[in-house]
Design a protein around this ligand. Structure first.
Ligand SMILES: O=C(O)c1ccccc1NCC(=O)[C@H](O)[C@H](O)COP(=O)(O)O
Length: 214
């Protein structure tokens, strides 16, 4: 008998209580805080700490950093209890961060074609997402969808996650087409940039998981 595999769900870019509480209530696996100042989802380390203190339930907290210096990460960790560091950086820098901070590191990999899919994982998990538009002001969180057909039949031996343009109404198809073990969403569960909608969070988690449950 095969054991049902449940899709992991990360909700990224929490800034306020209602959204945070909805992630906990609906059983998100990971809750992300964005420490990139030019993002509408930016939170201070103190704000992230105060949200996390509400009790993340079974969820783990993920801190997102863009090409961080060690001091940037250390300053956040002084206040906010992060379980995982998600970074935009080179493979070597990501490994360096993992060694320095002793925390699992997830590395974002922008992809535009099948030839860019990674063949190995230098850290604990890779986040596969689309390359940002040329005029983007941030490398992720742009509600831009990857061509999922690039991932059909891709079955790496390492942990990975799909991000970019996912929404409650397309996540089941994304999981079905790609077979991805975990998904990441930000814009698709927002009522306005930086403001999460609890009802969209509920639907997203349910639809992401529905593909493989039951
Ligand atoms: O969200 C941001 O503002 C952001 C800023 C800088 C780097 C990354 C950022 N977001 C990354 C993510 O939240 C995830 O990759 C997300 O699932 C994809 O975003 P979206 O397409 O908005 O769902």
């Amino acid at each position: 008998m095969s054991v049902p595999h449940i899709t992991g769900v990360k909700i990224c870019g929490l800034t306020e209580e209602a959204g945070f509480d909805a992630c906990v209530e609906h059983g998100a696996d990971w809750i992300g805080f964005v420490f990139f100042a030019r993002s509408p989802r930016f939170v201070t380390p103190q704000r992230a700490a105060s949200l996390a203190a509400r009790g993340p339930g079974r969820a783990k907290t993920v801190g997102l950093f863009v090409h961080p210096q060690d001091e940037d990460i250390a300053r956040v960790l002084e206040h906010a209890p992060l379980d995982i560091l998600q970074i935009y950086a080179s493979d070597a820098r990501a490994q360096d961060v993992a060694h320095r901070f002793g925390l699992p590191v997830w590395l974002s990999i922008p992809v535009a074609g099948r030839e860019e899919l990674p063949t190995s994982c230098p850290v604990q998990r890779l986040l596969i997402e689309p390359r940002p538009p040329k005029d983007a002001t941030r490398p992720g969180g742009n509600a831009q969808k990857l061509d999922w057909s690039l991932l059909a039949g891709w079955a790496p031996a390492f942990p990975w996650m799909l991000a970019g343009g996912l929404r409650p109404d397309n996540v089941a198809e994304a999981v079905g087409v790609t077979g991805v073990p975990a998904v990441d969403v930000s814009s698709g569960v927002e009522s306005a940039p930086g403001i999460k909608d609890p009802a969209l969070i509920a639907s997203f988690v349910q639809n992401a998981r529905g593909v493989r449950e039951g």
